[in-house]
Design a protein around this ligand. Structure first.
Ligand code: BGC
Length: 802
């Protein structure tokens, strides 16, 4: 790797799935895995093209019940481009002797290149160079350029360029027993000599997709017109053509593809638009120029440069890779779409492309650079408010209950049962009891508003969501007369290892600290928000939502008398009764199973359950220290009438950290954050682990099923909000830098309230330059020093390490 490239210099079939996910190209509208153009799904390769929000539902009989799953659909493969020499076998890496291999993902301009020099069984040596892009400027286009050079031979080569819609979802081994045929063929054709056309639809959601591929052939930069043969079958269309290659001669083939769907706006019919677009599309070089420019615009906003103390470039490059994949999943094109941000990117099929609470880790990065994208993603939630209201009603509550897993229309998409691949057993899945997803949505609305001051959004969309969430949360509480406290019973916290009490057949746990505190925060936030709405809008909302004064008084009361449970001298209990659980013998399990990240699967396979033990998959109580500063937490505790002693924070952190297996990649991000000021080495260690989540696939082979977008964005956010200590509170942009020893310098750009700011942080100095400002100066603060900044100004603070 260098600062801008991910480079592989050999071909390793066992790592191909991982590389395909990491080399995915996309533009927020669709993504295509970095599978080789000649490859089909065969256990080593898995080509995948995913449309943002392209879901379909299928039913399966499994474990004695009928279940319906909504999946992110693998749409037709636009890549197929292969060749064979003198009627030999079609090119496959597995069939030739590889003399040299290089695959490079250029992050700066979103280009994937592969160069292979190989020798076939007839001792012919050839060179293959391929470049591809999924266009960041015109979201409907993608292109693949292939150059084949005959080094020591001459002869006839046959090429095949195709669009393949005979695709089944098959990326995730665990889902293999579930129905997976989502596509139905509609039509194929050859609208012009050089263009092939394919149209399909999804079986249930009825998304029609049309693809047109134009294949042009050049030799010595002159366009060639060999005779083309059309191949058509159900869901498949291809063209073959032959050429004679002289010794040392090359042929260059440009395949440009357009992709439209029936969900697109400003179209007549997607097939027509695909054909129109391809007839107007320029050539590869021209496309590349515009693509580069679009990426340059993105990097201008998202640029991040760090200097590592040991002179290496690893951290810088991986952080850029993380930003790159975020921007391929959600980009400016997302603004036109009705989609959420999927936990695993549009890069693979794990978690079926669903949207979880992971946006909590993603939005802070978007907020401070392209808040327009956050706003769109919040609209995705707002449009699904009616569904969330209906889910609340069905569960016996008022207000809004957002689903733990969300897909097309916002109904609960969590599975009823999931497969433990270790035991082969299907287990009931209670993860939908994670009510804290509501808290994440309210939190995201509020923090988007803190960064942007977008009063229109909060008035017409955000406030309604927060109020309805607050109403649901208030309904979730029950009054405990004996304790004189409100409680929340039967829920799950972020730690998914615990979903009920040992031996109990009632799902859920009582008084999960994270959920209870977040409910207090939501209610206070809802009350505070009523004060910022204009009188007119407030009245409208109160009338529409039938929000009475008694209801608001009840919120106020709950926000003062919620119950928290403690044990062992001020350890905040993850839930009531946590202290009664057994200690797990971590040493033995680690000796037997290594890193034991998926302890739940290990224990279940032994017919045991994590419910019996003090062991967590990921941060739960400690999420509170991630989301709130210690001062903010202190004021919540004070409001509740519980003592808050700053000295107990490190004890709480140590207590839960040593009982956590990091079974989610989000876990290291949170733990690194909570240690960032008290234990800089420990924090860095966890940060580097989080950084390795995907590039080194540390979760035991999950990245080929999709990247972990929360951890990717979370690591970059650790740099900005964690180590630079950025906070956006009270109309003020605050800094409190504390760089890890491993970093000598950090530079990045931010946007805040319409201002564009350049930051440079070293262990001793923070400098903030306002490069662009078309609006009022903003209030800014470094630690306790307050100032204002406006266009053209630079402020510098000398820092003493804390
Ligand atoms: C984690 C959840 C997360 C989900 C999607 C799970 O493994 O436990 O917290 O939302 O993955 O990333």
């Amino acid at each position: 790797m260098n600062g801008w490239s991910l480079i592989y210099e050999n071909y390793e079939p066992e790592k191909e799935g991982l590389r395909e996910a990491l080399c995915t190209l996309g533009n927020g509208y669709f993504c295509t895995r970095g599978a080789a153009p000649e490859a089909a799904a065969d256990g080593v390769h898995y080509p995948g093209t995913y449309l943002a929000g392209g879901y379909n539902r299928l039913t399966t009989q499994i474990a004695g019940r009928t279940i319906e799953n909504e999946d992110l659909v693998n749409f037709p493969n636009w890549l197929p481009l292969s060749f064979r020499i003198e009627e030999g076998p079609w090119f496959e890496l597995e069939r030739v002797k590889i003399l040299s291999f290089r695959q490079e993902l250029d992050l700066e301009c979103g280009l994937l290149q592969r160069t292979v020099r190989f020798q076939d069984s007839e001792q012919r040596i050839s060179r293959l160079r391929q470049r591809r892009m999924v266009h960041m400027c015109n979201r409907h286009l993608a292109a693949l350029e292939t150059t084949l050079t005959a080094e020591n031979w001459s002869g006839r080569v046959e090429f095949r360029s195709a669009l393949d819609g005979r695709i089944k979802n098959g990326n995730v081994e665990r889902y293999r027993d579930l129905a997976n045929e989502h596509l139905q063929a509609i039509s194929t054709g050859q609208p012009s000599q050089e263009t092939i056309f394919l149209k399909i639809r999804t079986s249930q959601s009825r998304i029609e997709m049309a693809l047109a591929a134009r294949t042009l052939i050049f030799s010595e930069e002159r366009e060639q017109s060999p005779e083309r043969h059309l191949e058509e079958s159900q869901g498949y269309v291809g063209q073959t053509f032959e050429l004679n290659l002289p010794r040392s001669g090359s042929v260059r083939i440009e395949k440009v593809v357009s992709l439209f769907t029936s969900r697109d706006e400003a179209i007549s019919e997607c097939g027509l638009e695909a054909i129109n677009a391809i007839s107007r599309a320029p050539g590869f070089e021209n496309l590349l120029e515009h693509h580069r420019r679009a990426w340059a615009h993105l990097w201008r906003r998202y640029g991040l440069d760090i200097r590592e103390t040991d002179g290496s470039e690893r951290v810088r490059m991986i952080l850029r890779l993380h930003i790159f994949h975020l921007l391929q999943t959600v980009s400016f094109h997302t603004i036109e779409l009705d989609v959420g941000v999927p936990a695993r990117g549009w890069h693979g099929e794990a978690y079926r492309g669903h949207v979880f609470w992971d946006e909590l880790f993603i939005f802070p990065l978007l907020n401070l650079r392209t808040p327009e994208i956050t706003r769109t993603l919040l609209h995705y939630r707002h449009r699904r408010l009616p569904e969330a209201r209906s889910a609340a009603r069905q569960a016996g509550y008022r207000g809004a209950l957002y689903p733990w897993q969300s897909g097309s229309n916002g109904r609960e998409e969590s599975q009823d049962v999931h497969l433990n691949p270790r035991s082969g057993r299907w287990i009931p899945d209670n993860s939908h009891l994670q009510r804290h997803v509501n808290a994440a949505i309210a939190w995201n609305v509020w923090h988007y508003y803190q960064v942007t001051g977008d009063a229109e959004f909060i008035s017409f969309y955000g406030a309604e969501m927060i109020l309805e969430i607050a109403r649901f949360c208030a309904g979730l509480t029950t009054w405990n007369e004996n304790l004189g406290r409100y409680e929340i019973l039967g829920v799950m916290g972020p730690d998914e290892y615990h979903d009920s009490y040992p031996g109990s057949d009632r799902p859920g746990l009582d008084n999960n600290a994270y959920t209870n505190v977040m409910v207090v925060w939501i209610l206070t936030c809802a009350l505070e928000m009523l004060n910022i709405l204009s009188g007119e809008r407030l009245l409208e909302l109160k009338e529409t939502l039938e929000l009475s004064n008694e209801e608001m008084e009840n919120w106020e009361d709950i926000s003062h008398r919620m119950r928290l449970v403690f044990h062992d001298d001020n350890i905040l209990s993850q839930f009531e009764g946590y202290d009664k659980l057994e200690e797990l013998d971590w040493k033995t399990y680690r000796a037997r199973h290594g890193r034991v990240m998926r302890l739940d699967r290990i224990l279940e396979a032994e017919k045991d359950t994590p419910n019996r033990y003090k062991c967590s998959k990921q941060a739960d109580v400690l999420m509170l220290f991630y989301l709130f500063s210690s001062d903010e937490l202190a004021s919540i505790f004070e409001r509740l009438g519980y003592p808050f002693e700053y000295e107990t924070i490190p004890r709480n952190i140590a207590y839960y950290l040593e009982r956590t297996s990091h079974g989610s990649t989000l876990s290291q991000v949170v733990h690194s954050w909570v240690l960032s000021r008290s234990d800089r080495e420990g924090s860095w260690q966890l940060f580097t682990e989080a950084l390795s989540s995907d590039i080194d696939d540390i979760q035991g082979g999950t990245t080929h099923e999709g990247i972990h977008l929360g951890a990717m964005a979370g690591t970059v956010d650790l740099m900005q909000r964690g180590y630079v200590g950025i906070e956006t509170r009270g109309d003020q942009l605050r800094f409190n830098p504390c760089l890890p020893r491993e970093l000598r310098r950090l530079q990045m750009r931010l946007r805040y309230r319409g201002l564009s700011l350049e930051l440079e942080v070293t262990p001793r100095r923070l400098s903030v330059t306002c490069v662009q400002c078309g609006c009022e100066p903003i209030k800014i603060r470094c630690r306790n020093d307050e100032a204002t900044i406006t266009g053209g100004q630079t402020l510098v603070w000398n820092l003493t390490q804390e």
